[in-house]
Design a protein. Structure first.
Length: 246
């Protein structure tokens, strides 16, 4: 059987022991006798209580130890010990190094071969038929589409005659549109609308007028014509750059 040591007996006396120690003391006469003797000794020990401290306790403690404490002197910074002449010498050396590095960089840059500057070729000018005829054609087509958008059956007869005139000009512009897919697509849609508008012998019926107005709005034809017209230079500018219209 393992008996309890002194540390375990002390812990049990102060209520910190575990249940096994209590069971052991209940059945072990030797440990119970040792615990009784230890308890008698501990009961004779008086508990120490700290003395009361007033507001001047800290001052009295410091007064008792102050004579034995030497005053602390903060060390002076080393950089303050540098003389003015040495500081100016360092500044002059730094300035000299900066100038030398700058001159070396300029010399190295001059020695390096410079790549040739890329010259962007000017975009080819549009043919005069696109600039002048197309500008006038898009302007007249825009006016016709605006009138068609707000037209009724009674006022649609002049639109048919104007569409017949614009249809011939539109096909000329299509043949000279070049490789511009946006221009070609818009002129093809405009050609379809002008052809239907020109093929109305007795004027537009209400059903035909509504259908053409719906097709124009659905395809955004008026908007595309306006965008193309704003992208073209003014006819006067084109005349000056090409020496006039033939």
């Amino acid at each position: 059987m393992k008996h309890l040591d002194e540390e375990e007996l002390v812990a049990h006396f102060y209520g910190d022991g575990d249940a096994e120690a209590a069971e052991h003391l209940a059945c072990c006469a030797r440990c119970a006798e040792a615990f009784a003797a230890l308890s008698a000794d501990l009961l004779e020990v008086e508990a120490l209580h700290p003395p009361s401290r007033d507001a001047a306790y800290g001052e009295r403690v410091w007064a008792s130890i102050a004579p034995a404490v030497s005053a602390y002197a903060a060390p002076r910074r080393k950089w303050l010990r540098l003389s003015l002449g040495r500081g100016l010498s360092y500044a002059a050396a730094c300035a000299l190094l900066i100038v030398a590095a700058f001159l070396a960089g300029r010399f190295f840059e001059q020695k390096q071969p410079h790549p040739p500057l890329a010259v962007n070729p000017a975009p080819p000018a549009k043919p005069r038929v696109v600039v002048v005829v197309l500008s006038d054609h898009l302007d007249r087509s825009e006016r016709l589409l605006v009138e068609l958008k707000h037209a009724d059956v009674e006022t649609s007869a002049p639109l048919r005659d104007e569409a017949r005139t614009l249809l011939a000009a539109n096909r000329i512009c299509r043949n000279h549109a070049g490789n511009d897919p946006e221009l070609k697509a818009t002129l093809e849609r405009l050609d379809h609308l002008l052809d239907e508008l020109a093929q109305q012998p007795q004027g537009l019926t209400p059903a035909t007028l509504i259908r053409l107005q719906s097709e124009m709005n659905a395809e955004g034809l008026l908007f595309d014509v306006r965008v193309l017209r704003t992208q073209l230079p003014e006819p006067q500018t084109a005349n000056r750059s090409h020496g006039g219209i033939l």
